[in-house]
Design a protein around this ligand. Structure first.
Ligand code: PLP
Length: 496
């Protein structure tokens, strides 16, 4: 009769064997190149990339059957925080939940009054992006103030920051590093420090991207060290995106830099109390911070007197916020832990794939405007040229964005349709100009003062009308990338 440990080992051995057989197409790029038939095999714009390690971890954790966030979650939170070099990371069930929790933490009544975001306060963001970066602001009754996008980087036009600022009302800047391209953290952080504002970095599409700032400029912002594992170079501070502001968010939905199916994280960069507030909003709004399965972490479970409750009321059922339950399952975290070990390779693959597409399409500037990393002024096959701020970005691209020129013989929709017909995955840049989405058109009718915009937002419109992005994810093989380039080149020349 086998022991439970022996049975488990056998199940996991068979699991690996099974996964190695049936999930071959999900292995990182080069390994599945031989299975690719141009024109026949679909090339997704993104997807899960994993080996039998992740499947074994999922099955192992399922056999343990802890289910709710537990030992794997705790370990993942520590490992992610240590990779990024932040105080804490909290797991949640999606990037959207991460944005909700991160924003909510800054509304806590436990914050000093001048730092607490209240309904009617303003939060500066950007017009073309993902809707759930903005939704928590509106849902809470705060007012998003939309800056325009720079179509070349996809990020905010930071010269609009001062125009977006309302003394006494603006409390935070909350926006994403678009498609793995860090926004201008130098300008944004200096603005935030000047006006004592929170910075929430939506890092959902940018895990593993870095931003470098000249040392003296970074020191003036109170930032003195590189992220873990990044060697010092004597001239710049280099840190991962998601570690420059106060709080940041990740998504682990399959297209993202690492996946656990559904999932996300809130990173508490440097102010530990934000962890308690974020955790409270994630976990029903409770005041208690016991991990699941624990009962008296504070050692005074029956000694608190809070609100108008009687002294000694069970701390496990004391609520200091109007919270949610946004926790993921433990097997998700087990998958995430395996993915995290591969993150460095994933990040490199995304960079290489972007370069491959960029080089392959380089002579099509008659048809396309190409994206640039923030602070870059141009691209050559030798590398980027840079502006004179001294700041640099190193992008782990979520996608390869091109803008179809207004004078081109086809539109971005036509190109997208053609690529679709050739089984080449493509996407528009999320919601385009969000203010043209039905939800915001309706909101303007229902509550005209629910948001503000800075000017007419022509950059966001340009992204909406011209931009399309292709995949850069680590599941793409060289043969797939070559095919993508060929199909686009053939299409351009056929439409001339
Ligand atoms: C910038 C950005 N923020 C937030 C999200 C939401 O993440 P999730 O799909 O995990 O809710 C996404 C989704 O892709 C995103 O691109």
């Amino acid at each position: 009769m086998p022991t439970p440990a022996e049975l488990k080992a056998e199940i996991l051995r068979l699991t690996r064997e099974y996964s190695a057989m049936v999930h071959r197409a999900n292995r990182p790029g080069a390994e599945n190149a031989n299975e690719f038939t141009p024109g026949k095999t679909t090339i997704p714009y993104a997807g899960r990339v994993f080996t039998e390690d992740e499947v074994e971890a999922a099955v192992g954790s399922t056999l343990d059957f802890w289910l709710t966030l537990g030992p794997e979650g705790e370990a993942f939170e520590k490992e992610l925080a240590s990779y990024l070099g932040v105080k804490h990371s909290l797991l949640v069930n999606s990037g959207s939940s991460a944005n909700l929790v991160a924003f909510s933490a800054l509304t806590s009544h436990k914050l000093p009054p001048h730092k607490r975001i209240l309904p009617g306060d303003e939060v500066i963001t950007v017009a073309a992006g993902f809707p759930t970066t903005v939704a928590p602001i509106v849902q809470y009754g705060a007012i998003p103030v939309f800056m325009d996008n720079d179509p070349a980087t996809g990020n905010a036009q930071v010269d609009q920051l001062e125009r977006a600022y309302s003394p006494g009302k603006t409390k935070a800047v909350m926006m994403a590093h678009t498609l793995g391209n860090p926004f201008d953290l130098g300008a944004v952080l200096e603005f935030c420090r000047k006006h004592d504002l929170w910075l929430i970095e939506d890092n959902c599409d940018a895990l593993g991207c870095t931003y470098s700032m000249p040392i003296e400029r970074a020191k003036a912002l109170g930032i003195t060290s590189n992220s873990p594992g990044i060697p010092e170079n004597g001239t710049h501070i280099t840190r991962y995106t998601g570690t420059w502001g106060d709080i940041s968010t990740q998504s682990f939905y399959p297209p993202h830099h690492l996946t656990m199916g559904e999932g996300g994280a809130v990173n508490i960069v440097s102010r530990p109390p934000l962890k308690t507030y974020a955790e409270s909003f994630r976990d029903w709004g409770r005041d208690c911070w016991c991990a699941s399965g624990k009962d008296n972490t504070c050692n005074k479970r029956f000694d608190w007197q809070l609100g108008e409750l009687p002294k000694g009321y069970d701390h496990k059922y004391i609520y200091s916020h109007l919270g949610y339950n946004l926790k993921p399952l433990d097997p998700q975290a087990a998958i995430g832990r395996q993915q995290l070990k591969k993150l460095a390779a994933f990040v490199e693959a995304r960079k290489t794939n972007w370069e491959h597409l960029r080089a392959g399409l380089a002579d099509l500037s008659e048809f396309f405007d190409f994206s640039l990393p923030t602070h870059a002024t141009g691209w050559t096959s030798q590398g980027f040229t840079w502006d004179n701020t001294g700041c640099r970005t190193d992008c782990s691209w979520f996608g390869f964005m091109i803008r179809v020129k207004p004078g081109a013989p086809f539109t971005h929709t036509e190109l997208g349709r053609h690529l679709d017909s050739q089984k080449i995955g493509n996407r528009m840049l999320f919601g385009g100009n969000l203010l043209r989405q039905p939800v915001f058109v309706q909101l303007k009718k229902d509550r005209p003062s629910a948001f503000r915009t800075i000017g007419e937002l022509p950059g966001a419109d340009q992204i909406m009308n011209q931009a399309i992005f292709l995949g850069t994810y680590p599941g793409l093989s060289k043969a797939m990338l070559d095919h993508m380039v060929k199909v686009i080149r053939d299409y351009c020349h056929s439409r001339k």
